[in-house]
Design a protein around this ligand. Structure first.
Ligand code: TTP
Ligand code: MG
Length: 349
């Protein structure tokens, strides 16, 4: 089955947060990166990029290039706070979120059976309406192409790359964009006259190994649109869960159970992918008057089975008296099998 992968990346993240928090900075060339002359630029607003300023540039050069720039110090804690909110929006869409950095992630939405572009539009809308920030999103059928797509028309971009566009769409791009090609390999290739993906595409297969080393075959396939890397949900977790704020408050048990079934299916995939089993199932309810309740059950064995998880979730909801309609419903699983945790600890050492 063809997968639907999104790559999302906030626009000029630190600078956009500064502009959002201080309206006087909006529309201005904002350069984030400390106030002393010795540091480097963390990032800058798109207004400052027009002057040639970019991440990792020494601040004194940024000052020469853009004397009218507004230089502000890094407030990492603040960006982390906003980043957590962005990730909460992403995890409302799907639990299959692989964070890559503070402002960037892959999402696997194959199981949603909706048009992936609509999902991307929905994310952009939520990020803008809830956080007043813009995000660029790439949509494709593998990680590499989704990442290329998110960069396509930044800022505030959206781009779909489908199979029919391959491989031509990649041809004009620099080989620097190819995941897996480090700086040394890029300059080695530049030395033999290869700068674009088209030129790399035309390189004979035999030469790949010679010039690209042990990942050569992966890269050979990647630029032909083949990239089987999974969106990796972390396996070092204590629990897995899903919750949603309902469109309309409800007391209808059948409707509530539909959500629980969907969550059970998603949790089942998360457990399987991360190779975990659990024995505690918890449901969480928030009433329309914002009263929170949770109820758990621990069974005598470890499971990742969807029917078991759903059956226990149903049993839990049936045993609770709902005085008023619910506004939020959640399902989570915990008490992860010990054996697995030990393996992880060994592995980490
Ligand atoms: P990026 O996503 O690479 O950059 P960006 O979000 O500022 O701009 P773009 O619209 O091109 O995505 O990095 C995210 C944040 O990480 C960025 O806002 C600041 C920080 N960062 C650094 O501190 N140093 C760096 O060299 C880079 C590249 C980023
Ligand atoms: Mg970014």
């Amino acid at each position: 089955m063809e997968r639907s992968i999104l790559h999302v990346d906030m626009d000029a993240f630190f600078a956009s947060v500064e502009q959002r928090d201080n309206y006087k900075l909006r529309g201005k060339p904002v350069i984030v990166g400390g106030t002393t002359e010795r540091g480097v630029v963390s990032t800058c607003s798109y207004e400052a990029r027009k002057f040639g300023v970019h991440s990792a540039m020494p601040l004194f050069i940024a000052r020469q290039k853009c004397p009218q720039g507004i230089f502000v110090p890094v407030r990492y804690w603040r960006y982390k706070e906003v980043s957590d909110k962005v990730f909460a929006i992403l995890r409302e869409i799907t639990p299959f979120v692989e964070p890559l950095s503070i402002d960037e992630a892959y999402l696997d939405i194959s199981h949603l059976n909706t048009n992936p572009k609509d999902v991307a539009m929905q994310i952009k809308k939520s990020v803008y309406s809830e956080l007043a920030l813009t995000i660029s999103i790439g949509v494709s059928y593998n990680k590499f192409l989704a990442k290329v797509a998110s960069d396509w028309n930044k800022p505030n971009g959206i781009k779909v790359i489908d199979e029919s566009m391959m491989p031509e769409i990649l041809f004009p791009l620099s080989i620097k964009k190819v995941y897996g090609l480090g700086k040394t390999t890029v300059s080695k290739l530049n030395n033999i006259g290869i700068f674009t993906i088209k030129e790399l595409y035309e390189l004979d297969k035999e030469y790949f190994e010679e010039y690209l080393g042990k990942h050569s075959l992966e890269i050979y396939h990647r630029i032909r649109g083949i990239d089987d890397r999974e969106v990796e949900v972390s396996s070092e977790r204590k629990s897995f869960g899903r919750e949603t704020t309902l469109k309309n408050n409800t007391k209808d048990i059948e409707e509530i159970k539909k959500h629980l079934l969907f969550f059970s299916q998603e949790i089942n995939i998360m457990l399987k992918r991360s190779n975990n089993k659990v024995k505690t199932i918890t449901i969480k309810l928030k009433s329309q008057s914002f009263e929170n309740r949770t109820k758990s059950k621990t069974i005598g064995y470890y499971t990742d089975d969807v029917n078991t998880i759903y059956a226990i979730a149903s049993e839990l909801i049936d045993s609770m008296y709902l005085e008023e309609p619910l506004r939020l419903i959640g399902l989570s699983v915990s008490s992860i099998e010990e054996k697995k945790q030990l393996e992880q600890i060994k592995f980490n050492i």
